[in-house]
Design a binder for this molecule. Structure first.
Ligand code: NDP
Ligand code: 2IT
Length: 445
């Protein structure tokens, strides 16, 4: 590693020793972009990396709300405004009991480079809470969202910071958050993305991350003389990203044989019936095990980590961070996997990623492969500013073009920096070049 990069990383480690997810993301990014600092010694004098690894602002707040029994509950809310060099902060809100500052900082840090890769003018941010939406009534979720926004509203705005969905935040939560923002500020503006179609949402935003993942995968396969046609596919998760990845890869001729949730996974050798998954997950908010009760011949296994032992050609981790570890990577390689593309953020551990790459598995890293969601969010922002709505096909074809451009720039940055075929290095460098250029131009801020 470049000596300056190493020094910054050591300092980061000392200051944030307990932030394991953040340090994991930072280690991968800093290792990848190290050669850029060899080429640009002027970056050190400008303290560029010292600034890049510190969020511009961290907002941490109390979220009190009243449950259905009349009892006051308190959660912790976060918004990390990491980097605004190339545009207003942009990134999702996650509601999950595992949320803490380390998780939000890793997501925000990744988001800077992901948003840069889209080619659109959006900076990096992320937020959320340790609130668990599972088992809560609609009214409880509404009261939580209203309380969360009552604190957050003063820090966001259509040209300041534009949150969106992530784990546990979909159309229902965005609606409650939007209503409260409007009520407090009196502004009808595109302050959130992923909105409902009747109040400023964009067609194809719901589908965008999963579809975009498949467009990226397709470009990566094509570059290597391959295609998704006739391939066996395993997808972890059964939420927003997993469902629309399943839909698109099936259209591309792939056969999805397994999906999961945090309790376990199902295998259906006939190919997943996505209508059943949508009914269970989108309509009933149920568990994936119910699929086996409804689809004869399918099998449910308790425990989600073993999903990687299901034989496949293509694996799409679409659930959460570190869900694919070295053991999982070994099982995939032993079964002849040819490609892994990350729908979730940082789903592969560092050693899993290295193992897959060493074994010549095509590896599409999250910040490139799942950028279709935030890219389409930026398209939603454009539509809101214009006060126009584009058709599904118009948004979808822009999304496809963006994902193909992302692959091309990742591929060429990897080559330019002597790491041909290493799309992790390519994504980190390509994303960083634009942000570093903007930061240098804007002076020591
Ligand atoms: P959802 O809440 O819709 O779905 C999440 C899925 O992942 C569920 O199946 C959930 O299972 C599973 N999951 C969540 N946490 C865990 C865990 N700790 N262990 C095992 N399984 C878990 O979220 P999304 O589909 O929106 O997000 C999935 C991933 O994609 C996340 O990493 C997110 O950051 C990333 N992403 C999302 C984008 C978007 O536009 N929504 C854009 C880019 C990336 P269960 O129901 O049992 O909790
Ligand atoms: O991780 C992500 O890119 C998202 N959750 C989507 C962010 C957004 O602003 O659409």
């Amino acid at each position: 590693m470049n000596a300056y990069v190493q020094k910054v990383y050591e300092g980061l480690k000392a200051r944030n020793a307990h932030e394991t997810e953040f340090l994991q993301a930072a280690y991968e990014i800093l290792t990848s972009i190290s050669p850029v600092f060899d080429k640009h010694p002027e970056f050190e004098k400008a303290g560029l990396l010292d600034r890049f690894v510190e969020p511009e602002r961290v907002i941490l707040f109390r979220v009190p709300w009243i449950d259905d029994k009349g009892q006051v509950q308190v959660n912790r809310g976060y918004r990390v405004q990491f980097n605004s060099a190339i545009g207003p902060y942009k990134g999702g809100l996650r509601l999950h009991p595992s949320v803490n500052l380390s998780v939000i900082k890793f997501l925000g840090f990744e988001q800077i480079l992901k948003n840069s890769l889209t080619g659109l003018p959006i900076g990096g941010g992320k937020g959320g809470s340790d609130f668990d939406p599972k088992g809560k009534s609609d009214n409880e979720v509404m009261r939580f969202c209203q309380s969360f926004m009552t604190e957050l509203y003063r820090y966001i705005g259509k040209d300041v910071d534009v949150p969106a969905g992530d784990i546990g935040v979909g159309a229902r939560e965005i609606g409650f958050l939007y209503g409260q923002y409007k009520r407090i500020t009196g502004l009808y503006e595109g302050v959130l993305t992923g909105k409902g179609l009747t109040y400023g949402g964009s067609l194809a935003r719901k589908e965008a991350t999963g579809f975009g993942l498949c467009y990226f995968l397709n470009a990566m396969l094509k570059r290597n003389g391959l295609s998704a046609e006739g391939k066996r596919v395993v997808i972890s998760g059964s939420g927003n990203v997993a469902i629309y990845a399943c839909q698109k890869i099936t259209q591309m001729g792939g056969k999805v044989v397994a999906m999961s949730d945090s309790n376990g996974y199902i295998v259906d050798e006939n190919g997943i019936n996505l209508d059943v998954v949508k009914q269970i997950k989108e309509v009933e908010r149920g568990r994936i095990r119910e699929y086996a009760d409804r689809v004869p011949g399918s099998v449910y296994t308790e425990g989600c980590r073993q999903i990687w032992t299901v034989k496949c050609d293509i694996a799409l981790p679409c659930a959460t961070q570190n869900e694919l570890d070295l053991e999982g990577a070994k099982a995939l390689v032993a079964n002849g996997v040819i490609a892994v593309a990350e729908g979730a953020n940082m789903p592969s551990t560092l050693d899993a990623t290295s193992y897959l790459q060493e074994n010549k598995v095509l590896f599409g890293p999250a910040k490139a492969a799942n950028a279709g969601g935030v890219a389409t969010s930026a398209l939603e922002m454009s539509q809101n500013s214009q006060r126009l709505s584009w058709s599904f096909d118009e948004v979808d074809s822009k999304l496809k073009g963006i994902m193909e451009n992302i692959f091309a720039s990742v591929d060429s940055a990897a080559r330019e920096y002597g790491s041909e075929g290493n799309y992790v290095v390519g994504a980190n460098i390509a994303g960083f070049l634009k942000v570093s250029n903007a930061m240098m131009a804007q002076g020591a801020v």
